[in-house]
Design a protein around this ligand. Structure first.
Ligand code: BTN
Length: 287
């Protein structure tokens, strides 16, 4: 049993010790990648790994290599999409950010979110044996007893150069691994963790190792020009389902049937008049 003290509040949980050690030495011993995660820093606690990695990348300009990973056991100000919070009990989850330097055109930026969702889904399937789906635009979900639950999310923050290309991008990944049921966040879309689904703890170290490998492979495929679109569409939880979508600018909800995404990961939906709508961002609700 390990104890963690965060903001004065004690937490404890049972873990398999070594399988849960995510410090530099433990991680470097198990990873199988060529470049992703070879530059790796562990922090017991931070504000947000995305913010910390962004500051480090800005300070050191081009010196921080592509594939650099910052990972923490606890975030005081973990951030999600649309300015939402991302909270996890200390030592329970995978909370990391990865630096990429893609030089891709701006419209291709979404590929990073898509390929990271695929890598996360594949790693969880390999380690926990679950069937994982994706919820547009950036969620990892599972279906438990006919009800969808979210256990992971991606947060992409990029920097465009004067040439309109993606100079650097920071991809934040949060996966609820061993969050006990009574400590899951209360969110509009129901949250879960791998522990809650499996009924036993899952090795964060093994999951991280598989995640790194999948992420490196998927990134290299995308970098060679192969779109993640078809693999992503196959995993979408709501293809051919009726949904409503609200855009960030607060315009009225549009409802219709999801047909998939376009090549750039924008959601496509056919309304009742047969008109096809394409969305770059928004919040989707299953009807
Ligand atoms: C979402 O579902 O809205 C995205 C959640 C992303 C959370 C991760 S945890 C590591 C990284 N640091 C952050 O502050 N956020 C991302």
């Amino acid at each position: 049993m390990r104890w963690f003290f965060c903001l004065g509040a004690p937490y404890y949980y049972f873990s398999g010790d070594d399988m849960d050690d995510l410090r530099e030495t433990a991680v470097q011993q198990v990873i199988t990648t060529h470049w992703l995660g070879r530059s790796y820093r562990y922090f017991p606690s931070v504000g947000s790994t995305n913010d910390l990695l962004k500051e480090a990348a800005d300070r050191r300009l081009s010196q921080l290599p592509a594939g650099t990973v910052f990972l923490t056991d606890y975030q005081r100000q973990g951030r999600g999409r649309l300015n939402r919070r991302w909270d996890s009990p200390a030592g329970s989850s995978l909370l990391l950010s990865v630096l990429f330097r893609p030089a891709w055109p701006a419209e291709q930026a979404n590929w990073l979110t898509m390929l990271a969702c695929l890598a996360g889904a594949e790693a969880v399937e390999e380690i926990a044996g679950l069937s994982v789906h994706v919820k547009w635009p950036n969620d990892l979900v599972v279906n438990v007893q006919n009800s969808w639950h979210k256990f992971g999310g991606l947060l992409l923050e990029g920097n465009l150069g004067d040439d309109g290309r993606l100079q650097s991008a920071i991809l934040g990944i949060g996966i609820n691994v061993n969050v006990p049921v009574d400590q899951l966040p209360e969110t509009s879309f129901p949250a879960t963790s791998l522990l809650a689904i499996k009924g036993r703890p899952v090795s964060r170290l093994a999951l991280l190792q598989h995640l790194f490998q999948r992420l490196e492979t998927r990134y290299e495929l995308a970098d060679s020009g192969q779109s993640p679109q078809s693999a992503w569409t196959r995993r979408m939880m709501n293809v051919n389902k009726r949904v409503g979508i609200v855009q960030a600018d607060g315009t009225d909800e549009i409802s219709g049937v999801v047909t998939g995404t376009d090549e750039w990961g924008q959601l496509q939906l056919r309304d009742d008049d047969g008109k096809l709508h394409t969305f770059a961002a928004g919040d989707v609700t299953l009807h």
